[in-house]
Design a protein around this ligand. Structure first.
Ligand code: GZL
Length: 328
């Protein structure tokens, strides 16, 4: 909005306008009414979580009177980088990025900084080397989600003298949630001294289709006899795995216990049906909180480097009561 207004002014006035507004070479000053033009580079639409997250952000931007330029990168980093470059060229006031993976962002984040456009990370994070190239991240503490899952598993299988055999369906390779949900989970199993074996661990890329396909490969390779636990980094992969387990003639939730992360309606329904044993919540509905962060950043404030969203955990005794509360 602000930049569009300036764009109509002659060169001389433009320099004055920029100087008078302290806009520098593209600072984010927003419109006179405080409205902002926000570029949102979203991961994709791979899961119910992602769809709910996009809606939460879009609804919150509309409610706040901001213009949201939305891009769905279909889980492709090159498309996300292209989207960010597009937002830079459009001289948006703030860029919001949900980075599909942790690495490969230095150049484009530097370009945003050079253009004077602040970047806010939403949901996932980037590698520490790029920490100075974004203002703040609003999202989940993925390692803590992994620790919560690990605490339940360590308690549930503590008496399993012959060792707990675990299959793991990891999220998108190289993504912050996949890296951190894995590290947090096994950090707690080790700290609690659980006797366990990782029978196999592969990425299902956070989708139901790929989660089912990987589980079918697990079953073909290892069988299910003696497998105690499946740890799926999100609901979709867990639900896909459940289909594969049932097609193999086994009972999910009984023959093999299952942990999922997100807390979608479908995930909780699987819990009510006895097919899932533990759910770690990952909250997508941070749109309003994100707008507050973006507005603060546009006003030149510097929030904490990381703001975690609130999230809970649920076991079989809680699934039925919680299901009606699920928003996605
Ligand atoms: C976590 C988010 C993950 C979800 C998945 O914050 O990045 O990506 O857990 C989604 O469902 O695909």
């Amino acid at each position: 909005m602000f930049k569009k207004a300036l764009a109509g002014i002659g060169a001389g006035a433009l320099l004055f306008g920029l100087a008078a507004c302290g806009g520098g070479d593209g600072g984010s000053d927003g419109g006179d009414d405080g409205s902002l033009v926000i570029g949102f580079a979203q991961v994709g639409a791979e899961s119910a979580w992602r769809t709910a997250n996009s809606k939460s952000v879009q609804d919150a931007a509309e409610a706040a009177g901001h213009t949201l330029k939305f891009n769905d990168a279909q889980q492709d980093q090159e498309k996300q980088i292209e989207a960010v470059r597009g937002f830079i060229n459009q001289q948006v006031d703030v860029i919001v990025l949900a980075p599909v993976v942790e690495t490969g962002w230095t150049d484009v984040l530097q370009e945003a900084e050079d253009a004077g456009i602040p970047v806010v990370l939403a949901d996932r994070g980037v590698e520490a080397a790029d920490e100075d190239l974004y203002v703040t991240r609003l999202g989940s503490d993925f390692a803590e989600e992994g620790r919560k899952a690990g605490a339940w598993a360590a308690e549930t299988f503590a008496a399993d003298a012959d060792g707990t055999k675990i299959l793991e369906l990891q999220g998108t390779t190289g993504s912050a949630p996949a890296n951190d949900r894995k590290s947090g989970f096994f950090e707690v199993l080790d700290a609690e001294g659980l006797n366990y074996e990782i029978v196999d661990s592969q990425s299902g890329n956070f989708t139901a289709e790929e989660g089912k396909a990987v589980m079918e490969t697990f079953i073909t390779t290892h069988g299910l006899d003696g497998i105690d636990l499946l740890y799926a980094h999100n609901d979709e992969m867990g639900l896909g795995a459940i289909q594969a387990i049932e097609e193999a003639g086994k009972v999910p939730g009984q023959d093999i216990q299952i942990i999922i992360v997100d807390g979608s309606k479908a995930g909780f329904q699987a819990g009510v049906d006895g097919k899932v044993n533990y759910i770690v919540e990952c909250n997508p509905a941070f749109g309003p909180q994100l707008m507050e962060v973006v507005e603060a950043v546009a006003a030149g404030e510097t929030p904490e480097k990381f703001t975690p969203v609130e999230e809970g955990v649920f076991d079989a005794t809680q699934f039925e009561a919680e299901l009606p509360n699920r928003q996605f």
